[in-house]
Design a protein around this ligand. Sequence first.
Ligand code: FE2
Length: 421
Amino acid sequence: MRKLNNQRTALIAAAFVVGLAVLIGALVAPKGLGAADRNPDGSYTGTQLEGTTPAQWRMIWGSDPAHNATMSWTTAADPKSSGVFYDTQSHNGELAKYAHHVDAKTGRYSDDEWKLWYNHAELTGLKPDTTYWLVMVSDGIASREFHFKTAPDGDAEFKLLYGGDSRSDRDGRRTMNRRMRTLLEEDPEILALAHGGDYVREGDELEDWVEWMTDHELTVTEDGRLLPVIPARGNHEASGPIYDEIWNTPGKKDCNFYSTKIGDEFLLITLNSNISAGGNQADFLETTLKDNAKVRWQCANYHRPAYPAVKSPGAALEHWVPLFEKYNLDIAFESDGHTLKRTCAIRGGKPDATGVVYIGEGGLGVKQRTPKPDRWYFKNGVTASTLHVQKLSVKKDSLTVESITDKGEVYDTYTAKPRKR
Ligand SMILES: [Fe+2]
């Protein structure tokens, strides 16, 4: 009898512990993520890499996000078949009801130790300004249903996020991912995140990317909305192949520079500061600026700054800034410095109200450095040492950039007016 009582007590105690863990899990785990995504203590562990279960989801935007998007994920086994079911309405994961399906291309990530496979499903022929609902399926194992909104066409108003340097401080990165999710939940006009590079500490180590991609799941909203990424390569991604395996080779291989049009009046040029800034990359930049000379808003995104808050200038200063000024770029977004910064408007190496403003410079999850506010281009500008993300509000009569801290406070606001083009 005593033995039975002991067993009963043990059972009640175990049930209590499990119940407590579930309660803590419910309180602490990110909204919209399932029980399998939690550690027993309730902390977030990410979708488990198990067989062909779709995990580490990320949506990638390239040059024409009104019509194309790539849905990518990771599996722990090599899937025989892999693809995305999608539609312009929700079917709650009932695969037979989705109007469209596209196969994913798959391959093993370049790593000797980790055996993981990438899956890239390229969705094409999409309608602009439309919400698509999708499910990833690898060898019959389906993800939950997600959704995203394609970019608008025409002269549209919308919002974007910009941020870089999400390496080295995992707690900070998770905090910023949760911050971005909150921003997306509060403001559905936000379409995507332009990332300025240095995602991870060692770009040739898949282990670092496994952590990054797992943490990226935290950007998904409670109701399953994805935050597409427009990626730029940073110096910590070096020239290794994993970057292209994660991001489905944005731009051409060994180049990774390309332009993105959102609507008719917003141009974002993504450059690669990890290869030669001159030569064919400078040619691409000039051609793109010339071809889009009449586009109202023109921005660039690259990693190593021309007007840094901490380090010395990169090759962008010599090769890209003259073109920015010649074609009247509005804002260059820069990363790498691990500070918050906004310069004054600059032309010809001095303050000039008609010039280009440089905003950055890396705060998505990296220990912040001490900026150098005495540099001449920060007179009438701003520097700070705080994790941050920038929110761009693109309107017909203004382009506003708010620098938002990890606590959700707006630290700095800059507003550009349309140029005469
Ligand atoms: Fe960097």
